[in-house]
Design a protein around this ligand. Structure first.
Ligand SMILES: *[C@@H]1O[C@H](CO)[C@@H](O)[C@H](O)[C@H]1NC(C)=O
Ligand SMILES: *[C@@H]1O[C@H](CO)[C@@H](O)[C@H](O)[C@H]1NC(C)=O
Ligand SMILES: *[C@@H]1O[C@H](CO)[C@@H](O)[C@H](O)[C@H]1NC(C)=O
Ligand SMILES: *[C@@H]1O[C@H](CO)[C@@H](O)[C@H](O)[C@H]1NC(C)=O
Ligand SMILES: *[C@@H]1O[C@H](CO)[C@@H](O)[C@H](O)[C@H]1NC(C)=O
Length: 496
């Protein structure tokens, strides 16, 4: 038996020898937001991928929409405007619009193919979004560089709702419409790099109310929600809300924004608060982001060119993007997150001439994809898909932040924004990021007895690899986080 004093010394030494990077925190029993979706857009890669061999197209659909892949619960179908004035054919989707009330639903077979795929895989949240009205309905009769024509709202809305209704009757549940993606730019001058249509803030109410009236007349207001206004920057949107939102706020399902200003946490929260104040508490959604370099902890964020699967190490930039998701969910309290293009040909190098092309940073490409493909596929026949680390990190959110799951805030002086706890009726899942170059552990106290079941980790050397489950018992569990990694630990509600 140890003398009393030795025991005290032993205990003290044990406490002192705990690594400094052990963080304790408490999981709240009170839930915050209920999640609605994790997704991305079908722009502009369907134009190319439609031409790939069917086995590869099937693989793409499975990588995006099945649980063995990203498990996306949201897909944004880009309803094309015909590409008039757009120089890049990949970014010039056809439109079914022929003339008022006359449609060619065989148009844009590329976009509608992957729309059908999303539906066939059971993606629950399908949004139809438009960068521009069809050329005949814009100020300059082109699909970019022009402006929404005041008074054309009803014609624009009839077209949009007719198209949505066509696909719904074909069994594809389009459940949201966004009629003005980035209305703050026309994307001119011509020739343009993409479709776009300026909708001045004081024109946006007409777009929303016309859409609502048309949905109402077709009996679809409860089936299809209106998303607006997809302004590209959180710093710009609140100043514009007074110009359009007051009269149409009740017609909007969710206030939807992009975040190309890459706001700080304080500014993100300020945006969400301003949006709530301007709309009687409407929920906000993050519906488009891409194209930033930067470190896991978030320094260096900002819209910029550069393909970065690696950035020093084959994980860092993917963790930076994960940090943006945590920011939206944990800081902003938002319920839905969409990345931008999902697939991209902006790899910035030639994969057939360099075996390290797809895994090495370069300044010619863009970080706007989770899966890359060869821009020269049509001439060199290369139909390979190149998954970057962003695919594996986004999979944690796609697989576990399912519609209907709820967030439990994590509290305590040691808590940080990179710990996301969600639950459903049977399960708790903890998605936790360690942006640091040294390993750490989080000790979590849950509001009830749970039982650790499994874990998954993405790190420099692992792609959603199965790892040892969390250790502990009852309501107290220890979750190891290896250096620069994203982990998910899963628990059953109830005793082991
Ligand atoms: C409809 O669009 C398809 C695909 O572009 C095209 O082949 C076809 O000719 C169009 N039909 C009409 C009637 O314009
Ligand atoms: C579309 O929604 C209806 C009604 O909610 C549902 O019964 C049907 O299964 C859905 N179809 C698909 C393909 O998800
Ligand atoms: C799908 O593509 C990925 C990435 O290139 C590849 O690892 C996988 O083997 C492919 N799966 C099938 C079934 O082709
Ligand atoms: C709860 O979440 C777990 C983990 O994602 C999932 O396997 C399970 O099917 C979900 N249960 C329900 C009832 O949705
Ligand atoms: C990473 O390092 C920062 C700064 O030292 C620290 O506050 C944070 O808790 C660390 N995060 C993890 C997960 O270890």
């Amino acid at each position: 038996m140890l003398p009393h004093n030795s025991l005290v010394v032993f205990v003290a030494l044990t406490l002192l020898s705990l690594p400094a990077n052990v963080h304790s925190a408490t999981v709240s029993s009170t839930v915050a937001q209920t999640f609605l979706g994790i997704g991305g857009s079908g722009a502009w890669w369907p134009h190319d991928l439609f031409d790939f061999p069917d086995s590869v197209r099937q693989n793409v659909s499975s990588l995006l929409f099945s649980e063995s892949g990203l498990g996306l619960s949201s897909y944004r179908y880009n309803l094309g405007a015909g590409g008039v004035g757009v120089s890049n054919p990949v970014r010039a989707p056809q439109t079914p619009y022929v003339s008022p009330g006359v449609y060619n639903f065989s148009a844009d077979p590329q976009g509608t193919y992957f729309l059908q795929q999303a539906s066939d895989f059971g993606v629950p949240g399908i949004t139809m979004f438009l960068n521009s009205a069809p050329a005949p309905l814009t100020s300059n009769k082109a699909s970019c560089a022009g402006q929404f024509v005041t008074g054309d709202g009803p014609a624009y809305a009839t077209y949009i709702v007719d198209v949505a209704e066509h696909w719904r009757e074909a069994g594809i549940n389009i459940s949201y419409i966004s009629a003005m993606n980035e209305p703050d730019s026309s994307f001119g001058p011509m020739p343009c790099g993409q479709e776009g249509m300026l909708v001045e803030p004081n024109q946006r109410a007409e777009v929303v109310s016309s859409l609502w009236n048309e949905l109402n007349s077709q009996g679809l207001t409860s089936a299809i929600g209106i998303l607006a206004d997809e302004t590209s920057q959180t710093s710009v949107a609140p100043a514009e809300y007074p110009d359009w939102l007051p009269n149409v706020g009740d017609m909007v399902a969710h206030l939807v924004h992009h975040a190309y200003d890459f706001p700080s946490d304080a500014n993100y929260l300020a945006y969400v608060n301003a949006a709530h104040a301007a709309s009687n508490g409407k929920t906000t959604w993050m519906s488009e982001i891409c194209c930033s370099l930067g470190t896991p902890a978030g320094t260096g964020r900002g819209y910029s060119q550069g393909f970065d699967p690696t950035h020093v190490d084959y994980i860092n930039n993917a963790l930076m993007f994960s940090g943006l998701v945590f920011q939206s969910f944990v800081i902003g309290g938002e319920a839905h997150y969409d990345f931008w293009t999902l697939l991209s040909n902006a790899i910035g190098c030639e994969p057939l001439s360099s075996s390290t092309c797809a895994t090495t940073a370069n300044s010619n490409g863009w970080t706007d994809g989770m899966i890359y493909y060869d821009p020269d596929y049509a001439t060199n026949g290369n139909h390979e898909l190149y998954l970057v680390k962003h695919f594996w990190t986004y999979k944690h959110f796609g697989n576990f932040v399912k519609p209907g799951t709820q967030r439990h805030p994590v509290t305590g002086s040691d808590a940080n924004e990179y710990t996301l706890v969600v639950s459903n009726s049977t399960t708790y899942s903890v998605i936790a990021m360690n942006p640091n170059a040294t390993a750490s552990t989080i000790l979590l106290t849950f509001p009830e007895t749970i039982c650790s079941t499994t874990g998954f980790r993405t790190s420099a050397s692992e792609d959603f690899s199965t790892i040892a489950k969390a250790t502990g018992s009852g309501s107290s569990w220890s979750l190891p986080l290896s250096a620069t990694s994203l982990s998910t630990y899963v628990f059953n509600r109830g005793v082991c």
